[in-house]
Design a protein around this ligand. Structure first.
Ligand code: FMN
Length: 202
């Protein structure tokens, strides 16, 4: 079984989502020591944004060496995603949504004919055979009973994106209120790490 571990926080060793995603991988590895783990750090090795030249080349237009390199990088990201059975994703909230580094990754895995398709009935996800576990960290609070709920575009966005490609039950482990104060940060992290210990192997 293959697990793809992805981090996207820019905060390196200070990152909460990195700590959580690592704990999730460790938990799953303990439950299945044969797990093959691949790691991608979208902050230290960012993907470039999609370009018009990239999209044209993907449709068969002539491509410069640079664009060919970019296409190959995108293909590698897509192949890595498609071959994984489990994806563990570290996803911090930056400006109410995912980091732009993570958006660049999503732009490489939402590929028509590979992870979704359209027919007369509308869109269909093609990647439904995967388990996705997302480690979220947010500075504030966004639950339904808060006035800031309407500003939550991280978890809601990822639920939609994964659902669109057929992964209808992504799992989320969240540490919220990280910026409220050190005490709250500690409590949020402890609770999230406890939730990790309750994760079951697939
Ligand atoms: C650039 C930046 C933007 C942020 N924007 C938000 C935000 O919009 N809402 C929020 O609740 N917290 C925000 N925060 C706080 C982070 O969500 C919080 O520190 C979280 O722990 C970040 O995850 P990380 O530690 O894995 O990077 C922001 C932090 C940074 C660095």
């Amino acid at each position: 079984m293959k697990l793809l571990h992805i981090d996207s926080s820019v905060l390196g060793p200070h990152s909460v989502s990195r700590q959580l995603s690592a704990a999730i991988v460790e938990r799953l590895r303990q439950q299945n020591p044969a797990l093959q783990v691949a790691y991608r750090d979208l902050s230290s090795t960012p993907l470039s944004h999609l370009s018009g030249a990239h999209l044209a080349a993907a449709q068969g237009a002539a491509a410069s060496a640079d664009v060919q390199e970019d296409l190959a990088a995108g293909q590698a990201v897509l192949d890595e995603f498609l071959s994984a059975d489990i994806i563990v994703l570290g996803a911090p909230m930056y400006n109410f949504t995912i980091p732009s580094q993570l958006k660049a990754w999503i732009d490489r895995i939402l590929v028509a004919g590979k992870t979704f398709k359209y027919d007369a009935q509308g869109p269909h996800g093609l990647a439904g055979n995967k388990r996705v576990i997302v480690a979220i960290s947010r500075g504030g609070f966004y639950s339904a009973d808060t006035p800031t709920a309407v500003g939550e575009h991280l978890e809601t966005y990822l639920r939609w994106v994964f659902g669109f490609i057929g992964i209808t039950k992504p799992e989320f482990i969240s540490a919220d209120g990280i910026q409220v104060g050190p005490e709250h940060r500690e409590k949020a992290l402890t609770n999230a790490l406890q939730a990790v210990t309750r994760l079951q192997a697939a």
